[in-house]
Design a protein around this ligand. Structure first.
Ligand SMILES: [Fe+2]
Length: 407
């Protein structure tokens, strides 16, 4: 038996934010991040729509990026005193992730953060409230997924909460919210979405349902990501990307991911003390070509990557040539989006430079621990080719130096 879970309703297209005015309920807690939704007027609009639906609205403002356990607990406290029957989360992935975790705590005030982290073991939600998610960036797709990432700053570790119960009831995919997205965010979130689609398609948990969504997302991304990035006023490309990232999310929420994400998760903050993070989408973009080379040594994964190359009409007369074309396609996308090819060239501002912010010595010193952590990451289990810590070190080295993967 295979389970496939999505939100009950997904509204998409310009102006669909107004769907909020049709929600039925008494009280809505509107959870948002920093000021961008407020400045662009979307916070006021969302509040207006909810009030026109006859609801009393309270705003929880200021959810930080990489949201903390503290923020989750604060938000849940506010929910407990306000008593909403709708939680509406609007903004980037962080705002929606935090609101999902607040929701769990609101429904079960005695639950601890440790309990929440038990994978696919949450008690039944929706005793008190339903959940509506409205993304303002085009990448994480948390508006349709069973995941939320919360950081425990007491030990600096990011923890996933994973349960089909936290798949939102309603997702509102309104591209108008993405029009103010900065270029760099378009690049990183777009490559995150492409990685979601490709990893979901080759995952050991993929099925016909997830395949259709993953391939569909890849085609739209191929046709629209660069236009969405380089032509900031291109509303059509932005709208198409907003749909594509959501489709990729529907695929990976059900098919899971692979070791591109394992490596991105564990390298992301590993060098933060040197003055920068490796941004999630940029990490994926750099590692994806190397992982394709590694996984393609396994025959069933090879066949899947060849299907992708065929579906995207990349050319190539043999299996090997198709893999070359696919890797080349991703490398060229990275060039168009000003994303480096390897960690060594990753500048503090995420742009490519000759010598990036992580020196060879710093990388080598931390490589062993990162490799072990990456192998233990939750995404490793559904990767199509197995990997041990020693091989992970080799793969991470290839990602650092931009070396060929011939193992
Ligand atoms: Fe991702």
């Amino acid at each position: 038996m295979v389970r496939f879970t999505l939100p009950r309703d997904i509204y998409h297209g310009s102006g669909c934010l107004k769907t909020l005015s049709g929600l039925e309920g008494k009280k809505a807690m509107l959870c948002v991040g920093g000021g961008s939704m407020e400045r662009a007027g979307f916070l006021a609009k969302a509040k207006e729509h909810l009030e026109s639906a006859g609801m009393v609205v309270e705003v929880f403002f200021g959810i930080e990026s990489d949201p903390s356990v503290d923020t989750v607990m604060k938000g849940a406290d506010r929910m407990m005193s306000f008593g909403p029957d709708w939680i509406v989360a609007m903004g980037g992935g962080s705002a929606i992730d935090a609101a999902k975790a607040m929701w769990v705590k609101y429904e079960y005030p005695d639950i601890t953060f440790e309990d929440m982290r038990k994978v696919f073991a949450l008690p039944k939600l929706r005793r008190k409230a339903r959940f509506c998610a409205i993304p303002s960036t085009s990448g994480t797709a948390t508006e349709v997924t069973a995941f939320s990432i919360i950081t425990d700053y007491s030990n600096g570790v990011k923890y996933p909460i994973a349960d089909y119960g936290i798949v939102p009831d309603i997702a509102i995919i309104d591209p108008d919210l993405t029009m103010t997205m900065p270029q760099k965010v378009v690049a990183h979130t777009g490559m995150d979405a492409l990685t979601h689609a490709i990893e979901a398609y080759v995952s050991t948990e993929s099925c016909a349902y997830t395949d259709a969504l993953a391939l569909g997302a890849m085609r739209i991304i191929k046709d629209n990501l660069v236009a969405s990035y380089s032509d900031e006023g291109n509303a059509d490309a932005r709208a198409r990307m907003h749909d594509a990232q959501c489709m990729a999310g529907m695929a990976f929420s059900n098919a899971l991911l692979g070791i591109v994400h394992s490596m991105a998760h564990k390298t992301g903050a590993a060098f933060a003390d040197l003055g920068a993070h490796i941004i999630h989408g940029a990490a994926n973009a750099m590692y994806l070509p190397k992982v394709i080379r590694y996984n393609a040594k396994e025959s069933s994964a090879l066949a899947r990557y060849c299907n992708i190359a065929d579906f995207l009409e990349l050319g190539g007369g043999s299996d090997n040539a198709k893999i070359v074309k696919l890797v080349d396609f991703i490398d060229k996308l990275n060039d168009s989006l000003r994303i480096p090819h390897c960690i060594k060239q990753y500048g503090k501002d995420s742009y490519p430079v000759q010598e990036g912010f992580i020196s060879t010595q710093d990388f080598s010193a931390r490589l062993h621990d990162i490799a072990i952590n990456a192998v233990e990451d939750a995404c490793t289990a559904s990767n199509p080719r197995k990997i041990d810590a020693r091989t992970m070190e080799k793969l991470l080295n290839a990602c650092y130096y931009d070396r060929d993967v011939d193992f």
